[in-house]
Design a protein around this ligand. Structure first.
Ligand code: ATP
Ligand code: MN
Length: 295
């Protein structure tokens, strides 16, 4: 008897009772079910992007692995492509576009999904920028929020609309959709200049270089997410942190009210599966300003 393909290709789950989040009492089955439910939302943001992952084979308190090269062990539900890495060496990467791919990774103990900033068919043309706001430990949530609003307004001066994502960790990402017409170097160059312009405008509050020493009491505007091969956590990805927080896109209205960057836990995320979140359709062809217009 022929088997139905959709059923045959859904990965099965092994070790369903293994504890993944000891503090929250969540098992591998809970994680798998979570990803089954959120797959359409995850793929909306991260489908057709080269994917790196964080795997925790022994739960979040065990050893963790950040992996970029997802080989045959990850199963046939992933699509693979060989590309040149930035040093010229060729390597196999994977991308996904359906629930079977998402679940194949959940079965392989993937907790976090970290996609590229471009789609696989237009690999050399990013379709969004991400400014990752990393607060120094002394910076409270209220100050980080004010910083996000200030960056939003500064981007708006360049007619760039941005959208907030709570990372599920300590910070927030400002996501800026852009037209797929700029090379990685152009995207990176704008991001670099923009972050440094913010630092120049308010050096007591912002820092645009990695240097730990300069970060004290400031928000680090990490613009390095915008180079070829760099990744950032996917919207709807769980984080491998206590409480099972989720990297959650929010509207600016929600952002203004939200209590913490790890406010949305696994169960909260499942309750907003149908919520319209980013009204970004009109922002997908945004143009970057010319270098001469940056000051
Ligand atoms: P937070 O709000 O707590 O800062 P975050 O997701 O922004 O959360 P960061 O530590 O600021 O976390 O960002 C690290 C980023 O670097 C990740 O989003 C990931 O995509 C990328 N990355 C690249 N290599 C690694 C690695 N080996 N381990 C972890 N992350 C890596
Ligand atoms: Mn960050």
């Amino acid at each position: 008897m022929p088997t139905r393909k959709s059923v045959a290709t859904l990965p099965t789950l092994s070790s369903p009772d293994r504890v993944v989040y000891p503090d929250a009492g969540l098992t591998k089955r809970d994680v798998f079910k979570y990803y089954e439910a959120v797959a359409p939302r995850l793929l909306e943001d991260s489908g057709e992007r080269l994917m790196s992952v964080v795997r925790c084979p022994n739960g979040i308190d065990g050893e963790r692995f950040f992996q970029k090269h997802l080989g045959p062990a990850f199963g046939k539900a992933l699509h693979r492509v060989e590309i040149a890495e930035n040093d010229g060496k060729r390597a196999q990467y994977a991308w996904l576009d359906d629930v079977a791919g998402v679940l194949a990774l959940a079965q392989m103990n993937v907790i976090e999904f970290h996609p590229w900033g471009s789609r696989v068919k237009t690999l050399e043309k990013p379709d969004r920028l991400i400014f990752d706001l990393d607060p120094d430990p002394g910076i409270g949530w209220a100050k980080l929020k004010a910083a996000a609003h200030e960056l939003r307004d500064a981007l708006a001066e360049f007619e760039l609309q941005s959208f907030p994502r709570l990372t599920g960790g300590k910070g927030v990402h400002l996501v800026v959709p852009i037209a797929r017409r700029y090379a990685w170097d152009e995207a990176r160059d704008f991001s670099d200049k923009f972050a440094h312009a913010m630092e120049a405008r308010a050096p007591a509050r912002y820092v645009a270089t990695m240097s730990k020493a300069k970060r004290e009491g400031r928000v680090f505007i990490d613009w390095l997410r915008n180079g070829r091969g760099a990744t950032a956590v996917a919207s709807w990805s769980l984080r491998a942190r206590k409480g099972a927080p989720v990297a959650m896109p929010v509207t600016w209205d929600e952002f203004a009210r939200v209590r913490a960057p790890d406010r949305f836990k696994l169960r909260d995320a499942l309750k907003r599966l149908d919520a319209p979140i980013w009204d970004d359709a009109g922002a997908r062809d945004q143009r970057l300003p010319k270098a001469a217009d940056l000051h």
